[in-house]
Design a protein. Structure first.
Ligand SMILES: Cc1cc2nc3c(=O)[nH]c(=O)nc-3n(C[C@H](O)[C@H](O)[C@H](O)COP(=O)(O)OP(=O)(O)OC[C@H]3O[C@@H](n4cnc5c(N)ncnc54)[C@H](O)[C@@H]3O)c2cc1C
Length: 439
């Protein structure tokens, strides 16, 4: 006999776990999370910078849903961390300009922050001198100071949310690697590696992070999208140099269309300082060392359809130059340190004592070879797919997930399930969260 579920969520990262929590909080039904690893939050939801980003750098129109999700989720995580005793370290971020032409962007960020709902007490524009008073070792032409950006542990958040989802009745099927999906008239048969029987589900929600495009393709949708993988590497700073800066220091993105390429100084929730991440092109979503597991995997990744998107990207000269530089920063510690010396001139190669935990970003590219900015929602047969769920995805996940469940619900996707009573206990209130993101 195979397991039979009303809804199967593929992926036990922070997104899949948040989606499972809200679905079970709102509906009665047989809900399962299929996760290929032995625990939740093993990949990007653990291997990230660990910052709750305030949305000052997100365009309120072009990135509306992510900006609102980040703004709403800030208060949600703050309350959650306090209630559960999880790390919460509000160190703040200085986004610094290092070139004269970036000053206007700082002003834009300040206004975007206010438009996205941040208050004047949370954001401040600083001159170069102001920055020096706050952080004497940092060189800049000015900054926007987001005072409430916070260091957290997203793996701890996800594991705690998993327990909440289980309390609502969700079953986590770990070590369940989805290999293929067969579409029937009113159900799906989900085939797992190393399992004799498939899993039967009436509906599937794809939250598979680095494999989400692949899963969408399995169901015959999202064929116009390809993805590329970029590994973000970090270096930990030795104890003697941690006081070079006490806040996160980010630089204004040189290429706004490729914002993940600029290096930062990061203050981790446990006080460790790191620089990174870079964005090294690698051939697969789980390549944490080297560039591929084997040459065939690299070839397979390059030839994975649609190939045209990747060919279009190869005509982007800016991208090719930058990709080359990123490869160098992976090979050479000196190159990595050099990137941060732009705003921290006293940072020497010797300050970088050991590599931190690297994470891989899966960036979706369209037919023109352009990087998609926001998460992409794709309806499919008896399924719904979220691809390109990138930064600040961990920040926004509990708000984005509630908004998604409401959207699917109002489009009739859960008609077979019975709604739970309106007012439910829990740290967060579904209706208020949805209103803040979607309103
Ligand atoms: C270097 C880096 C730094 C970042 N820093 C930040 C930050 O500071 N703040 C922030 O807000 N965001 C940050 N982000 C973004 C954030 O981490 C992601 O948006 C978020 O973690 C994505 O969560 P997810 O659940 O979609 O993906 P994941 O955490 O990757 O989860 C997907 C899950 O699906 C599972 N899966 C995949 N394929 C299958 C399959 N076939 N069968 C079953 N299960 C499968 C995987 O094992 C995985 O557990 C960063 C990202 C990167 C790469």
């Amino acid at each position: 006999m195979h397991d039979s579920w009303d809804v199967a969520i593929v992926g036990g990262g922070i997104l899949g776990t948040s989606v499972a929590y809200w679905l079970a909080n709102q509906y009665e039904g047989r809900i399962a999370v299929l996760e290929k690893e032995a625990q939740v939050a093993v990949h990007t939801s653990y291997r990230n910078t660990g910052v709750v980003h305030r949305p000052f750098y997100l365009d309120p129109k072009a990135r509306r849903v992510f900006a609102r999700s980040a703004q709403t989720a800030y208060g949600m995580w703050k309350k959650y961390a306090a209630e559960r005793g999880l790390p919460w370290s509000p160190v703040g971020t200085l986004e610094v300009a290092t070139k004269p032409e970036q000053s206007s962007r700082l002003e834009r960020y300040y206004h975007w922050g206010l438009e996205n709902g941040m208050t004047e007490r949370e954001l401040e524009l600083l001159s170069s001198e102001d920055v020096r008073k706050l952080e004497p070792h940092v060189r800049s032409l000015g900054a926007v100071w987001s005072k409430t950006d916070t260091g957290v542990d997203y793996r701890a958040f996800t594991r705690s949310l998993r327990a909440d989802a289980e309390a609502e009745g969700v079953k986590f099927l770990l070590d369940s690697d989805v290999k293929s999906v067969t579409v029937g008239p009113d159900h799906l048969m989900i085939n797992l590696s190393h399992a004799k029987e498939p899993v039967k589900a009436t509906f599937l929600i794809n939250c598979a992070g680095g494999n989400s495009v692949k899963i969408a393709h399995m169901l015959g949708v999202g064929r116009e999208y390809a993805d590329l993988n970029f590994r973000g590497e970090y270096w930990e700073i030795g104890k003697d140099w941690v006081n070079l800066a006490t806040r996160n220091i980010y630089t204004v993105a040189k290429h706004p269309e490729l914002p993940f390429l600029d290096p930062h100084w990061i203050v981790r929730a446990d006080g460790r300082r790191e620089i990174g991440p870079n964005a090294v092109p690698v051939f697969g979503p789980y390549i944490y060392r080297g560039f591929f597991d084997n040459p065939w995997q690299a070839l397979e990744k390059m030839l994975e359809p649609p190939v045209m998107n990747k060919i279009a990207l190869l005509y982007n000269r800016d991208f090719l130059t930058l990709a080359g530089e990123e490869w160098m920063s992976s090979i050479s510690k000196k190159v990595m340190a050099g990137r941060a010396q732009e705003f921290l001139p006293e940072l020497k190669v010797d300050c970088l004592v050991r590599p931190g935990v690297a994470g891989v970003r899966a960036s979706v590219i369209d037919k023109k070879g352009d990087f998609a900015k926001e998460a992409i929602e794709i309806p499919g047969p008896l399924s719904f797919h979220i691809v390109n769920y990138n930064s600040p995805g961990a920040t926004g996940s509990p708000a984005f997930a509630a908004w998604l469940i409401q959207k699917l619900s109002s489009n009739g996707y859960f008609e077979g399930l019975s709604r739970r009573p309106k007012f439910r206990s829990g740290t967060w209130d579904f209706d208020s969260v949805c209103k803040l993101v979607g309103g």
